[in-house]
Write a protein that binds this ligand. Structure first.
Ligand SMILES: Cc1ncc(COP(=O)(O)O)c(C=O)c1O
Length: 372
């Protein structure tokens, strides 16, 4: 038996009967850009998130960049963010000519530490950009208080967290804008790249709709901003509409798998994901930590079990960001997490037997040591 980190073929087979006629309808319709399914999907995501507006874009990365641009982030502005995230979070700040200011994480939940955020604010700070890492919300309520106290924007990178809740609220409720990725392996994923920006602010909505079509003002070939080609495709939208209907069921399944792991891995000494009582975690990843992470990974691999490291090098130590001047030791919690975390398979297509197999191999390593 093999256990994979994702099984998109199997997921496809489960929904094929529903998906294929809808995809064929779109192909036959001749309407491929900004059609009815994009419109409907935006409305459905806005409703699921309790937001006034949702704007379909071609990736989670563009959703972040368009958020920051629509909020007026300019060259020289500082944006405080986490170094322990996918590179897109920081990359978009730099692409706009602004400066990513990395602040260390809380070692328990791997998300931005609000106390350190407040200490990093300067007169140049324009926004705070937390990430809901692995499917658990950052401390958005506290971050919003800080943002309001200092007159800053709060942009939530919820790429990994659709369906998550914080103090009973869906993603985005504490932020000025929130962004979602529908990369294929996300809790619901497109058959390609896709993303979404959500907001309650009508001006941001209008600006984002303009930026996704080259900055047009909608009246012929007239442009008010320098924008992008960043629309969500009609084909991706129809696929995502089918999957959105299953989001709760699939997230429930992930949460159930997490419960099984917690039971099966208790008393092993392995550090399991910490979940705040005020967070509803959707387990995009089930991430454990172990000082001998690489050996554990090999041990699992020998038994046909995949695992992944998200992320092996904290962004402040990446060559791409060396001009910012961070050194090893600058952000110790992020650096230690990068050395120790390991994500185990958690996706919704797994069986209980597969979870048991992964847990058994992990237990064996933790209790007996290197078995390879
Ligand atoms: C935390 C985070 N931010 C941003 C992104 C970018 O999303 P996309 O791949 O859709 O551009 C991802 C996707 O992997 C992510 O995990």
């Amino acid at each position: 038996m093999q256990v994979r980190m994702a099984d998109l073929k199997h997921q496809y087979q489960k929904i094929q009967h529903e998906l294929e006629p809808m995809v064929l309808d779109v192909l036959a319709s001749g309407r491929y850009i900004l059609g009815e399914h994009v419109h409907q999907f935006e409305a459905e995501v806005a409703q699921a998130c309790g937001a006034r507006f949702a704007i379909g874009l071609n990736s989670g990365t563009d959703a972040l960049k368009i958020s920051l641009q629509a909020l007026g982030v300019k060259p020289g502005d500082e944006v405080i963010t986490t170094p322990f995230t996918f590179v897109a979070t920081a990359e978009v700040i730099a692409q706009l000519g602004a400066v990513p200011v990395f602040v260390d994480i809380d070692p328990c939940d791997y998300n931005l530490d609000p106390d350190l955020v407040e200490r990093a604010i300067t007169p140049r700070t324009k926004a705070i950009l937390p990430v809901d890492l692995y499917g658990q919300s950052a401390d958005m309520a506290t971050l919003r208080e800080i943002a309001d106290r200092h007159g800053l924007f709060l942009v939530e990178d919820a790429a990994q967290a659709i369906g998550a809740r914080h103090h009973e609220q869906p993603i985005g409720r504490f932020a000025h804008t929130a962004t979602i990725s529908f990369f294929p392996t996300k809790n619901i994923g497109a058959a390609g790249d896709a993303g979404m920006l959500i907001t309650d602010d009508e001006r941001i909505d209008q600006k984002a709709r303009s930026l996704r079509v080259h900055g047009t003002n909608g009246r012929g070939y007239i442009y008010e901003d320098i924008g992008y080609t960043s629309r969500l495709d009609e084909l991706q939208a129809v696929i995502l509409r089918v999957k959105l209907r299953r989001l709760q069921e699939w997230n429930d399944r992930r949460r159930y798998h997490a419960t099984l792991y917690r039971t099966l891995l208790q008393d092993t000494g392995i550090e399991l994901p910490f979940t705040h009582p005020f967070n509803y975690h959707v387990y995009h990843q089930f991430t454990i930590r172990h000082p001998q992470r690489e050996l554990l990974r090999q041990h699992l691999q020998m038994r046909g079990i995949e695992s992944s490291v998200y992320y092996p090098v904290s962004l402040h130590l990446q060559k791409a960001y060396e001009s910012l001047g961070y050194q090893p030791g600058s952000l110790p919690h992020a650096e230690r997490a990068a050395a120790e975390v390991l994500s185990l398979p958690i996706h919704s297509e797994l069986t209980e037997d597969q979870i048991a197999m992964v847990a058994e191999a992990t237990r064996e390593f933790a209790l007996v040591g290197v078995g390879i």
